[in-house]
Design a protein around this ligand. Structure first.
Ligand code: AMP
Length: 461
């Protein structure tokens, strides 16, 4: 998870980065940071918390210059501490460099062990710092050579933005697991995980970065490099299912359109007679409109979400997660009493939210609950940057659909098929990473399998 943003050649770049991060807040709520450059010096501010709480007007004034990058973090490797917050800013032999990363590097542990054995000292536990060391220790002459050298040694998922005093660089891994888009703002350039960050600053969407592409932006304009052998794309389909904002385009496609189609496909695969289609807000609103449109069953906001608790509440421990479900949602009795409901959610992870929600619906008198999920059962952990728990904690990893239905206490349960999911999103099965649904890890698979087999008790590799 995590959101990245970069901007070059636009006055008050840090303030625009701040707005960009505001739009990307859903991608991570643990920490945020901005680094900027006025061509002579790099400035930065990084802190724990939400974008709106971290940066004062004085902070933004102190982040001078016409280029900047920003990051919002949701930790998937490395703990949630200020030490691990990004962007990471370092001074090294070629100058100053700031880096913001979305994704997980699957061989970071091995590379780090090697670097440490050769004298490198790390100040964080993130995989991103490994990349910084590889760039800093590269023997390449130009920055682009050092970056290519570093990237050629790592595996896994990365959407990266790097800022130096004079350049802004964007890079995506050869399988393009995480999205990164390019935009234009006046004469300047913008990079962002999602295009909703362009909209907020009135930037124009140009295109998504291509698999393995590196763009270098400086006073001479934008240069694109494709130094790596072409790989089959493995775009994370979960970005469409849950993670990205519906008003974004990722890999060139509208998330809202994809999500509605997921709901419509679900209605085709699992029709049922009911009074209302009710989404689990907000992540399932779009899929529910799709289900409602296809089934002609009216859409109703039967569950209201409290927007002021933030996602931070559901993160650290199971105890707080349980509590979070209760304070996050409230059923609308007026709508739900004596009604047959199709309850739509985008996914079931541990099963905690669903179980609590169904109980709430029963409490206010729902007659029937037909639980529909706009993605297949999540049976495997993600090693490429989405926060999924270990297999042991995934309810669908060890239970049949019928068992889960029983556990949830619903009349019927239907999960979208993998084929239906790809049909709805568009494209071909083999252009997506669906490892969380099918266990087929497209990148660094042997290492991941080894990691899974060595998995000890609670610990995720
Ligand atoms: P659970 O209670 O563990 O089954 O979580 C299911 C809910 O979490 C669904 O309503 C999803 O919208 C949401 N969800 C799915 N994936 C994630 C994720 N990686 N991080 C946080 N929430 C998620």
């Amino acid at each position: 998870m995590c959101g990245v943003f970069g901007i070059y050649g636009v006055p008050e770049a840090a303030k625009l980065a701040y707005l960009g991060l505001y739009a990307l807040q859903h991608r991570g709520q643990e920490s945020a940071g901005i680094a900027s450059s006025d061509m002579g010096k790099v400035y930065s501010r990084v802190a724990m918390g939400l974008v709106a709480d971290i940066f004062s007007p004085q902070d933004l004034d102190s982040l001078k210059g016409s280029s900047a990058l920003g990051h919002t973090r949701y930790s998937t490797t490395g703990s949630s501490t200020i030490k691990n917050a990004q962007p990471i800013v370092v001074d090294y032999s070629h100058g100053t460099m700031a880096m913001a990363h979305n994704g997980n590097l699957t061989n970071a542990r091995q590379v780090r062990d090697f670097l440490e054995a050769h004298g490198s000292i790390f100040s964080s536990t993130t995989d991103t710092e490994v990349l910084i060391h590889l760039i800093a220790t590269s023997e390449g002459n130009k920055l682009i050579d050092c970056i290519v050298d570093a990237l050629s040694q790592i595996k896994g998922a990365y959407s990266l933005v790097i800022l130096t005093k004079k350049k802004l660089i964007g890079a995506v891994d050869p399988n393009n697991i995480r999205p990164l888009s390019l935009g234009k703002k006046g004469n300047g350039w913008v990079l962002a995980s999602e295009t909703c960050a362009f909209d907020i600053i009135d930037a124009e969407y140009v295109r998504p970065l291509e698999p393995g592409e590196i763009v270098v932006i400086d006073k001479d304009g934008l240069k694109s490099y494709k130094p790596f052998k072409a790989q089959k794309p493995a775009k994370c389909i979960f970005e469409y299912v849950y993670f990205s904002r519906p008003d974004s385009y990722i890999w060139g496609n509208s998330v809202q359109k994809a999500r509605k189609a997921l709901g419509a496909q679900l209605a085709k695969e699992f029709p049922v007679k009911a009074d209302y289609v009710v989404p689990v807000p907000d992540s399932s609103n779009s899929a529910a409109t799709g289900y409602s449109g296809e089934s002609k069953i009216p859409y109703e906001m039967g569950i209201i979400r409290n927007h002021y608790i933030g996602r931070t509440f559901i993160e650290p421990s199971q105890t707080i997660r349980d509590f979070g479900a209760k304070i996050k949602y409230n059923p609308v009795k007026e709508i739900l009493k004596d009604k047959k409901l199709v309850l739509i959610d985008d996914s079931i992870v541990r099963g905690t939210t669903g179980k609590k929600l169904v109980k709430m619906l029963r409490t206010v008198g729902a007659k029937e609950v037909h639980w529909r999920i706009s993605s297949p059962p999540i049976t495997n952990s993600c090693f490429y940057g989405v926060d999924t728990p270990t297999r042991k904690e995934l309810i669908a990893a060890g239970n049949s659909v019928e068992k889960i239905r029983e556990f949830m206490g619903v009349e019927t349960l239907g999960y979208l098929s993998p084929e239906g999911m790809v049909k709805a999103v568009g494209g071909k099965m083999d252009e997506y990473c669906m490892a969380c649904f099918d266990g087929k890890y497209p990148v660094d698979s042997a290492n991941i399998q080894k990691c899974i087999s060595e998995e000890k008790n609670e610990e995720k590799c």
